[in-house]
Design a protein around this ligand. Structure first.
Ligand code: KG4
Ligand code: ZN
Length: 338
């Protein structure tokens, strides 16, 4: 079965083609970084317009990359939610129209399920049951995945998501958008000079909190610049980024270790934009007590390959949408799907 997947939940337009026998045949993405860079974050209305402009050219490019025609597609998958409602409507409507005109099934996929199953695109696939650490710009969750659709949220961030904390720290350090990779790059040149807290580390629950860390960055900067009266030198910025990144990763590791000991599950999957972080991968891969799987770097941030791949599991067990319902869901808790 060949599935054309569409992702448009936020600011990346993605179209991919996944073959259940041969694997991924095409993966096309348009990033809107330049559109939103100077505006301090994603502007929803601009994001929707960019999706409208790029989605059909990406479908054409994906078919070309896979060297197939639209009539060789057997199903269309799309991100149904959660996400920005205008952006979701573009992907949802495109998917349903394509499926209707080609007379093939369409299926809506939960964006976080897509992230969770992204490591299944790799040659070495993790087996269920597993623990999923989903760390993106909008979410930080620890999920017990018993099998497809059987998701139990063990813990989550009580405030900012990990990626959001990276993005806000980037802004405080005068870096651009998206901030995660820029903070990571700065941190890679830093030294262990500051000691940042590990929020909620001593609590027995599996929740996270990252907004205090961002505040810690702010108070550190204010102290060193005498409330903005002095400039921060590059080396100090690097050391602050180092301490921040280390604290985020350590906080995640502490709770993952707790989740392993509470559940007895020793397979850990780390996905979402923050899972592209090199230091995180190195720290988790050296930790003992569990085996860790990641998506390929290009499938950590939003992409359509993970949507098409997740759809394969659901289509193979006979699931599909009704044609004429166009029901994007801006809010959609993961534990509500089955
Ligand atoms: O999964 P994603 O593309 O979008 C959401 O669904 O949120 O994640 C984007 C987030 C952004 O906050 C970005 O700053 C962060 O992932 N990110 C990183 C890195 N690459 C992306 N954070 C830390 N280190 C990175 N290398
Ligand atoms: Zn995402």
């Amino acid at each position: 079965m060949r599935i054309l997947g569409i992702e448009s939940s936020c600011d990346d337009t993605g179209v991919a083609i996944f073959d259940t026998q041969k694997g991924l045949l095409a993966n096309q993405t348009n990033h809107q970084t330049n559109t939103h860079r100077d505006l301090g974050g994603v502007v929803p209305e601009l994001a929707s317009r960019e999706h409208v402009l790029h989605i059909m050219p990406l479908v054409t490019a994906a078919l070309k990359e896979a060297n197939i025609s639209k009539n060789d597609i057997n199903a269309i998958a799309y991100t149904q939610g959660p996400g920005l409602i205008g952006s979701l409507i573009v992907g949802c409507t495109t998917a349903k129209t394509l499926a209707y005109t080609l007379n093939i099934p369409a299926i809506g996929i939960h964006h976080l399920e897509g992230h969770l199953l992204a490591p299944m695109l790799e040659p070495e696939k993790p087996e269920f049951p597993l623990l999923g650490l989903l760390v993106s710009g909008g979410h930080s969750q620890l999920i017990q995945v018993n099998q497809l659709g059987d998701y139990h949220i063990l813990g989550e961030s009580l405030d900012d998501a990990a990626g959001e904390a990276f993005d806000k720290t980037a802004r405080l350090l005068g870096l651009g958008y998206p901030g995660g990779p820029l903070v990571a790059d700065l941190a890679s040149k830093g030294r262990p000079r500051f000691n940042f807290p590990r929020p909620l580390a001593k609590q027995d629950n599996l929740n996270f909190s990252f907004s205090g860390l961002k505040t810690h960055v702010m108070t550190t900067i204010n102290r060193l610049t005498e409330n903005g009266n002095k400039e921060l030198d590059l080396a100090t910025k690097q050391d602050i980024a180092f301490a921040f990144e280390e604290a985020v990763i350590d906080s995640l590791l502490i709770k993952c270790k707790k989740a392993v000991s509470k559940t007895g599950i020793k397979t850990l999957v780390i996905t979402g934009g923050v899972s592209a972080n090199k230091k995180l991968r190195s720290v988790f891969s050296q930790a003992e007590g569990f085996r860790v799987f990641y998506p390929d770097l290009k499938f950590c941030t939003d992409n359509a390959a993970m949507i098409a791949c997740a759809a394969a599991y659901r289509l193979l067990r006979g699931e599909r949408d009704h044609y004429i319902d166009i029901l994007p869901k801006a809010r959609w808790p993961l534990h509500e799907i089955i």
